[in-house]
Design a binder for this molecule. Structure first.
Ligand SMILES: [Zn+2]
Length: 423
């Protein structure tokens, strides 16, 4: 790594802000504190869970007993798959007359996003379709939101720390030729009041979920670290996450594939959960890049899981960004950040005598990402039926908010080449 300048590792400290964060409760076993945290907001709780996995797991019975012991009444909504406008609006309509005091989302990113959107709309009663970015009526969100507690049971999306909920669906009256959308409902008031991260809840994660969500976290760390919106704050958070995830994610995935018992994966689970939280905090403050620009239309058109799509794209996007930066912005700070990310992911802090040089670290990064995706058994885009015919539409639909903070403006040809290399 190159020697630090007068600003040390921070470079020149420029103006920046830190967006609203949830109160963070992190640690194994801390799910036991959820009833008391919920009781801080009232007595009626809506629990939004994903599918059935949490209800079938060991934490469900103690949670229910804890809620009842705390004098709370609760009802439950199970969300299978990514939230649609109908699901969100229907859940709100069903509860408007007797609304909960607090919404608790327990699950993966889809369950947390559903809970976040429902909590956001219970009081306003407006449709989620009114407030989506880039689709529908784009009306201002009036608020206020019902208090929301986020409890992730996977490590990846960082939704517990962000102000947006991703909604997937079609506009009312859309014709068969109109593409489905995947867009954000975004507002500062949607940020969870509490993010409770208990790595014990991750013990039952299947290997494919560990891989997909883990690659989402890694991509979010890398994209926020190299984003044009990065700040000294997001750099510090992203550095910590990158240093944690490089070793922990493949170790946890390999252990899960081998059926290793939960106590032996505790360290890797906690490190990956931390990295995922860092990724959410970093992306909420820095923005993302071309991987996230492309994965939204890929998810909408081909049903590709968000994190799996990130894993399929991240090496090619990194390779293309590096080449475009070298050609068109050779003084960009993103080149330094890519070099640093390569060292951090490789477990090399750059402070030892045989540290990788910047150029070597940059060159090694895309190949390391390719190897990691292969090790984690991330399918390629062709597995989902993505063909070259779809490239023009995908390129056109990739220019959303994430693409705007990519470290370099990519040409349509470069984006097409990323898709071709990731097929
Ligand atoms: Zn993501």
């Amino acid at each position: 790594m190159s020697a630090p300048g007068p600003g040390g590792p921070f470079g020149a400290l420029t103006a920046f802000g830190v967006a609203r964060l949830p109160r963070i409760v992190f640690g194994a076993g801390r799910i036991s504190e959820l009833p008391a945290l919920a009781a801080g907001h009232g007595t009626r709780v809506l629990l939004v869970t994903g599918g059935h996995s949490f209800r079938d797991g060991p934490a469900w019975a103690p949670l229910v007993a804890g809620l009842e012991a705390a004098g709370l009444t609760w009802d439950q909504l199970a969300v299978a798959g990514e939230p649609s406008p109908d699901l969100v609006d229907g859940a709100v309509a069903d509860r408007r007359r007797d609304p909960p005091d607090v919404v608790v989302g327990i699950g993966g990113g889809a369950a947390l996003d559903a809970a976040k959107a429902i909590a956001g709309l219970l009081r306003s009663g407006t449709s989620v379709l009114d407030h989506l970015e880039g689709v529908g009526r784009s009306l201002p969100y009036p608020g206020p939101a019902t208090p929301f507690i986020a409890v992730p049971t996977t490590a990846g999306t960082g939704s517990e720390a962000t102000k947006n909920a991703v909604i997937s669906g079609r506009l009312p009256g859309a014709g068969a030729d109109d593409p489905p959308f995947k867009k954000s409902f975004r507002d500062d008031r949607l940020v969870a009041s509490v993010a409770l991260l208990d790595p014990d809840l991750l013990a039952g994660c299947p290997p494919a979920v560990i891989a997909g969500d883990g690659m989402d976290a890694l991509t979010q760390l890398l994209e926020s670290f190299t984003s044009t919106g990065a700040s000294p704050f997001t750099d510090a958070v992203a550095r910590s996450g990158l240093a944690a995830i490089g070793g922990a994610l493949p170790a946890w995935h390999a252990a899960a594939l081998a059926g290793v018992s939960a106590p032996e994966t505790a360290t890797a689970r906690a490190a990956t959960a931390w990295a995922a939280l860092c990724s959410g905090i970093a992306l909420a403050n820095a923005g993302l890049g071309a991987v996230h620009g492309l994965v939204a239309p890929l998810g909408a058109r081909f049903g590709i899981h968000h994190g799996t799509g990130c894993g399929a794209l991240v090496a090619a996007v990194t390779r293309t960004n590096l080449a475009a930066l070298a050609e068109r912005a050779p003084g960009s700070r993103a080149l330094d950040r890519y070099a640093e990310a390569g060292c951090l992911l490789a477990g090399d802090p750059g402070s030892t005598g045989d540290a990788l040089t910047d150029a070597a670290a940059r060159q090694a990064l895309p190949s390391a990402l390719d190897r990691l995706a292969a090790e984690l058994q991330i399918p390629r885009l062709a597995t989902y039926g993505v063909t070259a015919d779809a490239f023009p539409a995908l390129v056109a639909e990739s220019r959303g908010s994430s693409m705007r903070t990519n470290p370099v403006v990519l040409t349509d040809d470069e984006i097409r080449a990323i898709l071709a290399a990731s097929r």
